[in-house]
Design a protein around this ligand. Structure first.
Ligand SMILES: [Zn+2]
Length: 139
């Protein structure tokens, strides 16, 4: 199922961890899919249009998968409001970040780091207030 020009639902539900643990990571409500489509239209497709193909490392997470990866108990990943973006390099990541900051709708924009690996967590809410929160988290 296509969510926007260049994004498919399967990119947001596939997970190596889910596969390994035998967790069926599928959206359980239409709202979650609508939220993902909104995130694509407002955030990810504009980023893709600017930079070319980007890779989502974590999109939707069912509660079981979210627990398995140690996600926050109220994680926006469980509502289809958030995605983690692979960064080909730190420099490219900083370019992504600078671009994402200019978008009109943004709830959280987080630069995350675990050892040598950095990624961007970005979220947008289809319903409710978007907070434009910018943070850095080191794991
Ligand atoms: Zn995330």
């Amino acid at each position: 199922m296509r969510l926007s020009n260049n994004f498919r639902l399967s990119e947001f539900t596939r997970s190596d961890t889910a596969k390994r643990l035998g967790i069926e990571n599928e959206c359980s409500s239409v709202e979650q899919v609508l939220n993902l489509a909104y995130l694509c239209h407002m955030v990810l497709q504009p980023l893709r249009d600017k930079f070319g193909p980007i890779r989502i490392t974590s999109g939707y997470r069912c509660p079981e998968l979210n627990s398995a990866v140690g996600g926050a108990s109220n994680s926006q990943h469980m509502r289809g409001e958030a995605a983690d973006i692979h960064l080909p390099s730190v420099d490219k990541g900083l370019e992504y970040l600078a671009f994402l900051k200019t978008l009109p709708v943004l709830d959280q924009l987080i630069w995350e780091r675990n050892g040598d690996i950095c990624w961007i967590h970005v979220s947008a809410k289809r319903l409710g207030k978007n907070h434009r929160q910018l943070r850095t988290i080191a794991h």
